[in-house]
Design a protein around this ligand. Structure first.
Ligand code: NDP
Length: 472
């Protein structure tokens, strides 16, 4: 049981002004594994004041100095990989076999990459008679979700600090313990007081206070489109810069000439990774009608290899969902798929056998899903794949783009150049061609209601910079 009874403000662990606490639950067992403070509006004000006070000095430190501190943060996180991986396997339910690499390795890499990024960055350029200089945007409010909790924190905190911004972080109340571990690391490496602050609590209180605070210059949010819209609305009162990384309903187009031996298992993994709780999950598989029966059979076989089980069983490929709320929500969507007439290929809304404790859901595949069905339109955030047949390639592209979202996508085809042509026609921020491997420094973010701005690498770093022109 991990009891964290303080928040981190101005370089010190201090009590919240409120008395409330929030429980952290093990998604595998439903046991309480920790408690955190339920922060208040006053806590946010104290944290923002500390960040604003620290900004002048931090923003004028040399890039080299900041780079060294970020590299040390990467080392500090790396040294705690096993402990944090276990923590997140409990909180989120990602199998431990993947959690070390994905849930801790990726965020550690983000700190290391940010350290390198600033060392090489061109801060000034001449444009005619002007000198154009890049400066940190100011105090950044970061609001993050639970699905890749430390990674999503790192994608904001590391580049913001690299740019010379100061930060107030509100992590998800559902998976917050890793954020405390990060605060410990940043404290231990000697980050100056006030440069990084942590206030835990709920979105409607702490999150909204950050989005509204007049001294927060930029709010960077990852989570649902619903909450993202609210954040944007609140931020507009003080014309803050807003970065939003929101939901998706991404399509995976299987072309006529695709190698199904690779495409179908690859497509299932791209949908089921982290039990489907991934904003870029490829949840709509668009397939040529002529190959539908074959693809259904292959998808069923591939899905049934994802036996649900505890994140701590070495053989588990599909852990639990994060919470009872998410489990019930996902089962509700499966039921809706059945009610609206989709064909159930495998899975279903019932509790998986022998898993009465923990938030488990059956790996599910629907076929003959049509565009108007709820499971074709709404983000489910669970292990549910919707197979949608198409008759022509033009129709496939049209179905892929027929969504309010535009985060990710996939194309599989025997002719790679042609597959790339199809990828270019998809209105999304990323497309993986033939299972193209994950690139941690490629820009990531959404078109349409999937968000505003980009994270990762050079593009993610530049989000935290202002541009000033000096005419000479
Ligand atoms: P939320 O969008 O509610 O949570 C994300 C973060 O925003 C959390 O820190 C949350 O706080 C905070 N938040 C919630 N409401 C507000 C608000 N009014 N103002 C400011 N901050 C707020 O996501 P949920 O956890 O409710 O998940 C629901 C659905 O959202 C999922 O099923 C999925 O579809 C989508 N989602 C998408 C993600 C993505 O990566 N794009 C990530 C997570 C969810 P709190 O700690 O109180 O929850």
């Amino acid at each position: 049981m991990e009891v964290r009874d303080k928040i981190y403000i101005g370089g010190a662990w201090v009590p919240s002004t409120g008395k409330g606490t929030l429980e952290v639950i093990d998604s595998n067992t439903e046991e309480v594994i920790g408690t955190i403070p339920e922060g208040t509006v006053e806590d946010v004000d104290r944290a923002v004041t500390a960040a604003a006070d620290a900004f002048t000095e931090w923003s004028t430190t040399s890039a080299e100095e900041r780079s060294k501190l970020l590299a040390r943060a990467a080392e500090g996180l790396g040294a705690r990989t096993d402990e944090i991986a276990q923590m997140i396997a409990r909180e989120v339910g990602m199998p431990l076999s993947l959690a070390g690499m994905i849930q801790v390795g990726l965020p550690t890499g983000v700190f290391a990459d940010s350290a390198k990024e600033i060392a090489d960055f061109k801060w000034e350029e001449e444009v005619g008679n002007s000198l154009v200089v890049r400066e940190p945007v100011g105090v950044v409010g970061a609001i993050t979700p639970w699905n890749f909790p430390l990674y999503q924190i790192a994608l904001k905190v590391a580049p913001a600090l690299a740019a010379g911004c100061t930060v107030v972080l509100k992590p998800s109340e559902v998976a917050p313990l890793n954020a405390f571990a990060l605060a410990d690391v940043l404290h231990d490496i000697g980050l100056p007081p006030g440069v990084f602050n942590l206030v835990t609590g709920t979105g409607p209180v702490v999150g909204e206070a950050i989005a509204s605070h007049p001294k927060v210059d930029m709010v960077s949010f990852t989570g649902s489109t619903r909450a993202g819209k609210r954040v944007m609305q609140l931020a507009s009162e003080t014309v803050k810069r807003v970065a939003l990384e929101l939901g998706g309903k991404s399509a995976n187009i299987i072309l006529d000439d695709a190698d199904l031996d690779a495409a179908i298992p690859g497509g299932l993994f791209a949908c089921y990774m982290n039990s489907g709780q991934t904003c870029s999950a490829l949840t709509r598989m668009l397939v040529p009608r002529s190959r539908l029966a074959d693809i259904e059979a292959r998808a069923k076989a591939a899905a049934e290899e994802y036996t649900p089980g505890s994140a701590f069983e070495p053989s588990t490929r599909l852990g639990p969902l994060v919470s009872s709320v998410q489990r019930d929500r996902v089962r509700g969507y499966i039921q809706k798929g059945l009610d609206e007439g989709a064909k159930l290929v495998t899975g279903g809304a019932e509790t998986p056998e022998g898993l009465d404790k923990g938030y488990f859901v059956r790996p599910t595949v629907f076929s003959n899903v049509t565009r108007d069905m709820t499971i074709a339109r709404e983000e489910i955030f669970g292990p549910v794949l919707s197979i949608m047949p198409y008759d022509t390639e033009e129709e496939a592209i049209e179905i892929a783009n027929d969504t309010v979202y535009g985060l990710a996508g996939g194309v599989w085809g025997g002719d790679k150049a042609h597959a790339e042509q199809v990828a270019r026609q998809m209105r999304t921020g990323q497309v993986d061609v033939n299972g193209g491997s994950f690139n941690p420094v490629a820009p990531f973010g959404g078109y349409k209601q999937s968000g505003i701005g980009r994270e990762r690498g050079k593009f993610g770093f530049e989000e935290f910079l202002e541009v000033k022109s000096l005419q000479r």
